[in-house]
Design a protein around this ligand. Sequence first.
Ligand code: SAJ
Length: 414
Amino acid sequence: MSEGAVVCVVGLGYIGLPTATILATTGSTVIGVDVSERTVEAVNAGRVPFVEPDLETVVAGVVAQGRLRAQVEMPEAEVYIVAVPTPFADDHDVDDSYVRQAAEAIAPRLRGGELIILESTSPPGLTERMADYVLAERADLTGDAGTRHSLYFAHCPERVLPGRIMAEIVENDRIIGGVSTEAAERARDLYATFCRGQLLLTDARTAELAKLAENSYRDVNIAFANELSIICDRLGIDVWELITLANHHPRVNILSPGPGVGGHCIAVDPWFIVAAAPEEARLIRSAREVNDAKPQFVVEKVMARAARFREPVIAALGIAFKADVDDLRESPSRAIVGQLADEMAHARLLVVEPHVEALPAELADRPNVEHRELQAAVAEADIVLVLVDHASFAAMDREALVDKVVIDTKGLWR
Ligand code: SAJ
């Protein structure tokens, strides 16, 4: 990358903002673009509009130094990194409208020679499609014999774990898939400025599928654990003891069962493989179905155990999608609480979620749901339902559980 080059990061969410920030610390001039005025204002004030450890201090520093600024308009830049949402549509195929909008906003700003990187999780072929969206607007930049060498497109999927982003963004190995070899090499030079992990070069489609395969691998393993937990329930065996014992085998590493799989990655990405190869992706589809069915199993279990109480009081611990985050997106525990509130009008649900100020409206608006502190909720409850393994729940004094019905979907207190 030439001295004084401007990098534009499109989408200042969980991935885009940390990426923009880390690039700014290495000396690049970074302009972040977001459609949300609120996000733009927050970043320009040195604030982060979501919870991610260690990010805000660095954002405040690079903004104060003038290395990072945010805006709504697309600027001219030498490099564009697109980190916008790629949700799935009703048929589980990708909804690529955000990528398309980003491509169409970038196109008029190009002068030729720019590197355009897609970081968003993508089904095989989306990076090439992004290139097509750009070139449909800028046929003048197509390059010789369709090689697209006057523009460089690459896919560099992010792999950072929410909650550990600032460490993993620097330490993790990266897959860099070029639509052309030269695009991959240029992208490698950019990531080399901040990434201490290995930079692994391939083509764009392989990079796309590799990212999906990583999250599917985890989904299949969790589905295996969830299926085991249901089998153990039927057979009266403690699944946590079972998995601990099995994992003593040197080549076995079963993940943990839970109330279901949440978040915007593992519960979503495998569907892109299913959509790309519906006949072939049998195990991957099955795993999704097993994990998606787990919340219903938990709801039925709670209802069965609650049958002996006339007006059961249920303390539901956690509605985040996983431990120690404030992110409620695609959260199975949130869905479980919603369904219990619907189906058990005679029950009171005391929801404990220390990571949010208020419950989301769909729960807060229900007459039988209240947001409570841990100790007060447990003291009042007949049934204590653990849905998330937050550290504060793990640290709770277990004396408080004597005489309670405990349903522990995370094996937190075993
Ligand atoms: N979960 C279980 N049992 C387990 C592990 C997780 O039920 O043993 C559940 C969690 O409670 C949560 C869901 O799975 O509901 C996903 O949590 P996670 O911590 O496994 O993963 P994410 O979604 O936060 O982040 C994943 C990571 N991918 C992999 O570990 C392969 C991360 O590295 C990716 O960058 C991220 O997806 C992404 O953006 O794709």
